[in-house]
Write a protein that binds this ligand. Structure first.
Ligand code: PGA
Length: 253
């Protein structure tokens, strides 16, 4: 399948940022999407507190919204957690699972991430499954082994486009202003695709989108998004300002 068969996806991860007063930034993204929707898919992952209002603001426009995490179970005695079914009920169509901040701050294992991805499937959500090595792991030459292990452990056996998206986010590039070179990104994305092809077959591998994440900004988006096997971006800090996020989305078009 030709590379351009995978429509680019720009996903904004607001992390623990955003109050009701931030809604106009999102509304501006929604307002501009009409001119972008033929060339790029856009998802925004606000904090749970804003999910319903963002879902309402984007209904029928094509900008998808989602949660930044979910519990593996549909309901039950899990204080503070939110299920995939609840995200869907609140108007979400997607969920990020296995973000490195969840893996680090909450000790999430690959098995946890896989169970969450399975929950997303059960609830009809797209799962954006994150993988990526630390600085130490890259410097010791283990980056591919780490990512391979994370993919093997975190992707469910029925992972397939369009309900699964992989996001490669080197931990050392997140929020630091540092990025791998285009060659390093191409090498890792090519490796990830070969791993997916090896497990799920050539057709599934050709269809699955692989996003790059970690310090994507308006000024580096064009080069990153033009890199082989990069099918979009997972954007943290630069997704909080509509101008920056839209500039990145335009760079994908
Ligand atoms: P960043 O975050 O763009 O602020 O580096 C990316 C992410 O963590 O998804």
């Amino acid at each position: 399948m030709a590379k351009n068969a995978r429509k680019k996806l720009i996903a904004g991860n607001w992390k623990m940022n955003g109050l009701a007063a931030s809604a106009p930034e999102f509304v501006r993204v929604v307002g501009a999407y009409q001119g972008l929707k033929d060339s790029v898919d856009v998802m925004v992952f606000p904090p749970f507190t804003l999910l319903t209002s963002f879902g309402t603001a984007s209904r029928g426009v094509g900008v998808l919204v989602g949660g930044q995490d979910c519990h593996a179970k549909a309901s039950g005695a899990h204080t503070g957690d939110v299920s995939a079914e609840m995200i869907a009920d609140a108007g979400g169509q997607a969920v990020i699972v296995g973000h490195s901040e969840r893996r680090t701050d909450h000790g999430e294992t690959d098995a946890d991430v896989r169970a969450k991805a399975e929950a997303a499937r059960r609830a009809g959500l797209v799962a954006v499954i994150c993988v990526g090595e630390t600085k130490e792991q890259r410097e010791s030459g283990e980056a591919k082994a780490v990512v391979s292990r994370q993919l093997a452990g975190s992707l469910p056996d029925d992972a397939a486009a369009p309900h699964v998206v992989v996001a490669y986010e080197p931990v050392w590039a997140i929020g630091t202003g540092l990025t791998p070179t285009a060659e390093e990104i191409a090498e890792m994305h090519g490796f990830i695709r070969s791993e997916i092809v090896g497990r799920f077959g050539a057709d599934a591998g050709a269809k699955m989108r692989i996003l790059y994440g970690g310090s994507v900004k308006p000024d580096n988006a064009k080069e990153i998004l033009a890199t082989a096997d990069v099918d979009g971006a997972l954007v943290g800090g630069a997704s909080l300002k509509a101008d920056d996020f839209l500039a990145i989305a335009r760079a994908a078009g």
